[in-house]
Design a protein around this ligand. Structure first.
Ligand SMILES: [Zn+2]
Length: 254
């Protein structure tokens, strides 16, 4: 009977884990800063009190500014905290027991990578390549050697597809359009979700990316063909949704 307790715990922990993930993604790749977490204002060093660390709520109560020096708080803080809550909500709806925990961890690691990509235009290998072994291990657990092999092929196919498109783009346009990080990310998606989820990951990823770009344009930022737009956040969302959707549809239909 661990299921319901685990579900409630994951959902309740989500925003706090999101707070840690967002702070870490901002500090990346400074591990020492990551270990400290979001304990002080990055501008004036003001040590944050417990009530200044409540996910989402603190941000709005303080109107997005440090109480001491008025420096703006990174606006991605509340966004990361809300997404980190949505991740276990979807996992709980789609999976049972330990699989809920696995899916939530998958989503949270993807969220970290997406935030780092938004800030630096780079997806850390720790995230992309780091997600491949646990994905393959879970495929073995649920599908035996056949499942393992299928997901291994999906990882290779995912990487080869985006790496191939990146190579073509570079030849045709003479500049980088897609990063190798995106190809490695789709390898992770293949390792977790299998071959049939690859197309879904990319389709959802493209949709989410267009959505983010439209919002950015509405908010007044100019996007032209030469403006670099990170694909990682959309692709990360695509990988997570493609992993959860089949189970989600089954649970809702059954
Ligand atoms: Zn401050």
């Amino acid at each position: 009977m661990i299921g319901p307790f685990l579900d409630v715990f994951l959902i309740a922990a989500g925003p706090f884990i999101g707070s840690f993930i967002t702070a870490s993604s901002r500090a990346w790749p400074d591990w020492r800063q990551i270990a400290l977490g979001r304990s002080a204002c990055s501008e004036c060093g003001h040590r944050l009190r417990p009530w200044e660390l409540i996910p989402v709520v603190s941000f709005f109560l303080q109107k997005g500014k440090c109480r001491k020096c008025g420096a703006p708080i990174w606006p991605l803080h509340p966004v990361g905290e809300i997404v980190a809550l949505i991740i276990p909500l979807i996992a709980v709806l789609a999976f049972d027991g330990g699989w809920t925990l696995a899916a939530s961890l998958f989503g949270w690691v993807l969220l970290f990578g997406a935030l780092v990509d938004l800030r630096t235009f780079l997806l850390p290998d720790v995230v992309t390549l780091g997600l491949v072994p646990p994905g393959l291990a879970l495929a073995f657990l649920s599908g035996g050697p056949g499942g393992f092999l299928e997901h291994l092929l999906a990882a290779l196919l995912g990487f080869a597809t985006l790496a191939g498109i990146a190579w073509l783009y570079r030849r045709l346009r003479g500049r980088e359009g897609l990063g190798m990080g995106d190809a490695k990310l789709l390898a992770a998606g293949g390792a977790w979700a299998g071959p049939f989820a690859l197309a879904w990951s990319v389709a959802i990823g493209a949709g989410v990316t267009l959505f983010i770009v439209s919002i950015a344009q509405l908010l007044g930022s100019k996007t032209e063909a030469e403006t670099p737009v990170p694909l990682g956040p959309g692709l990360a969302a695509g990988c997570y949704l493609a992993y959860c959707l089949p189970s989600l549809v089954q649970t809702t239909a059954g």
